[in-house]
Design a protein around this ligand. Structure first.
Ligand code: PHE
Length: 328
């Protein structure tokens, strides 16, 4: 009898079949159970002997069932592992990842530098009014200095900001000195577009105001930026020039090693100067001094990364843009 049970157990091909065998032998109407029920009809000493052998049969069947169950379980796991096997040597699917535009990278690099120098990064509106873009920055009405900023006017008398300097006025009117801020952003000029001029470009403006800020501080700030960007040994040069909102005013240039040609030369970057007293008057500041500087990002990006036509920065041609993935 045991032999037959073992045969059936061995032949069970899966867990369901094994369960059927279990029921057939050990279930309520199973063959072993029936035998146990039959014990009552036997004489006491026969009963003990028969009982012992039925119990031995029962536990042998239980052991065999348990063993077979383990076997089937292991086979199932093995089969599943085989089925779900991953071939790590197959070529993967490369996800299409985007990248920051060259100008965005340059902007991030600059704002990182200024943050590390303790400046706050703030931004302002691109649609401005005469007061912020000109009036409070000491451009009197009808003054010829306005002509240097070929302005896009809107039909309701507002304008697209021609520089980031209007944010000087907005920031000073809403904060108290001392502070150090930089303002990156888009600016607009009504220019004939060619390889080095676009009607839309980007500037970065810096403004520092405190009780005893001097021109030497300004020079130090510009030089610290230059060194952070282009490495030790980078120097700066100031040339006197005129902007209505600074006095004295200057253009600044950076003495650097051109990354493409390897030549050392001056790179004219932008304008700077000490905040004009009329500007402080316009924002209601007294007893402080300050400096400001501002420059165009496109020019810096083009010279640094060898882009010869500014329009390539705005065409959105990925063949061009891909070349500048992760450079800055
Ligand atoms: N806003 C000036 C320009 O766009 C640059 C500048 C900024 C000059 C700050 C002096 C101080 O030409």
């Amino acid at each position: 009898m045991l032999e037959q049970a073992l045969e059936e157990i061995e032949a069970a091909a899966d867990e369901r079949a094994l369960q059927q065998v279990r029921v057939a032998w050990l279930g309520r109407k199973g063959r072993v159970t029936e035998q146990l029920k039959g014990l009552g009809a036997l004489a006491p000493d026969e009963r003990r002997e028969a009982g012992a052998s039925i119990n031995a049969l029962k536990s042998a069947i239980q052991d065999a069932l348990a063993r077979r169950e383990r076997e089937l379980e292991e086979a199932r796991v093995r089969e599943q592992l085989e089925r779900e096997r991953v071939d790590v040597s197959l070529p993967g699917l490369r996800p299409a990842a985007g990248a920051h535009h060259l100008l965005t990278q340059v902007m991030h690099k600059l704002t990182d530098v200024f943050r590390s120098l303790g400046y706050e990064v703030v931004v302002g509106p691109e649609l401005e009014d005469d007061e912020h873009n000109f009036g409070a920055l000491n451009f009197p009405p009808e003054h010829p200095a306005r002509d240097t900023q070929d302005t896009f006017w809107t039909t309701d008398g507002r304008l697209l900001r021609t520089h980031t300097s209007p944010m000087q006025v907005r920031y000073m009117r809403s904060h108290r000195p001392p502070f150090r801020v930089v303002v990156p952003g888009k600016v607009f000029r009504n220019e004939a577009v060619d390889a080095t001029h676009e009607a839309q470009f980007h500037q970065l403006e810096a403004l520092v105001v405190d009780e005893h800020v001097t021109m030497a501080d300004m020079r130090g700030a510009i030089e610290a930026m230059a060194v952070a960007l282009f490495g030790p040994g980078t120097r700066t040069r100031l040339h006197p020039t005129f902007f209505p909102f600074v006095e004295p005013g200057a253009e600044f240039a950076i003495w650097w090693t051109h990354p493409k040609t390897g030549r050392e030369e001056w790179l004219e970057l932008g304008g700077c100067g000490m905040v004009h007293p009329n500007v402080f008057r316009a924002v209601g500041y007294e007893g402080v001094t300050g400096f400001a500087f501002g420059f165009g990002l496109e020019r810096m990006a083009m010279v640094t990364y060898g882009v010869s036509d500014i329009r390539d920065l705005y065409r959105g041609d990925v063949r061009v843009l891909r070349q500048f993935r992760g450079v800055a």
